[in-house]
Design a protein around this ligand. Structure first.
Ligand code: 4FV
Length: 254
């Protein structure tokens, strides 16, 4: 299974290095993912290649014109009409692991990167299948958001994370925060590592990791617990941890 990303942008060079490094770079070499940048300015018809204009009704900033976007998307879709077109915008649905997994089932994604105040509304109405936001803040352009999406989605493509591993693996930990990680040296400035990790006792180690993931999630992102698919055993473990945290926070935990 390989995946194709067509990126519609006014700044194609932004994508040159970030996507060539490390895991994504290797995935491209292995042909597991294909990334093509399409310069929207190449689809302007006037000699000044104007791709934006002032907003109707006045107001600050500029708006990206609909015609170049229309021609660019139609050219990208001409190779594959079933391509799924995504517009990165703060007004989109929040991007998360579940959405990344869902998008990874589509063989061809077209990613539209906005600039300035965004794109003409008719481009969204006529050509966009889904609008996605990577977070409640305003970027200068959708390019970085597109890179975030490509990175998270590509991790679900078999072979991208290496032969054995895929982002699907750690089902339990999928919707929880990760447990603490340690590596050599076993002592750093007087700080050691949890004994259990040196024990070689794998069931004890996975129990410790489960506890730590539940603990960290309860403390930092309790909202994620509601979405986590916890077994009855996990729920019992979580109960214990919540009791422990309550004791600690009420100061008589020591
Ligand atoms: C954004 C986000 C984002 C808004 C105006 C580009 C900018 C400019 N995209 N998640 N947050 N886009 O801030 O996806 O056009």
């Amino acid at each position: 299974m390989r995946m194709k990303f067509d990126i519609l942008t006014l700044f194609p060079n932004m994508f040159s290095s970030p996507l060539q490094e490390s895991i994504l770079g290797k995935a491209i070499e292995k042909g597991l993912i294909q990334i093509r940048t399409i310069n929207i300015r190449d689809f302007t018809l006037d000699k000044h290649q104007v791709a934006d204009d002032s907003p109707y009704g006045g107001g600050q900033g500029m708006v990206m014109k609909v015609e170049p976007i229309a021609r660019a998307i139609e050219s990208a879709k001409s190779q594959n009409p079933s391509a799924w077109a995504v517009y990165l915008t703060p007004q989109g649905k929040p991007f998360n692991q579940d959405l990344a997994r869902r998008l990874s089932t589509r063989p061809h994604l077209i990613l539209l990167c906005g600039r300035y105040e965004g794109v003409d509304e008719r481009a969204r109405e006529l050509f966009i299948d889904e609008e996605i936001s990577i977070g409640d803040y305003v970027l200068t352009g959708g390019e970085l958001a597109a890179m975030v999406l490509i990175d998270a989605v590509s991790r679900f493509i078999p072979g991208v994370l290496g032969s054995v591993r895929s982002a699907e693996d750690d089902s339990f930990f999928n919707s929880l925060l990760e447990y603490p990680q340690y590596t050599r040296p076993s002592d750093f400035r007087g700080r050691g590592i949890p004994e259990v990790l040196l024990s070689g006792n794998h069931s004890a180690i996975s129990l410790w990791r489960k506890r730590e993931a539940l603990r960290r999630t309860s403390l930092r992102r309790p909202d994620l617990l509601a979405k986590a698919n916890l077994s009855d055993e996990d729920k019992k473990l979580l109960e214990e941890i919540l009791q422990q945290i309550k004791k600690e926070q009420s100061g008589d935990g020591v």
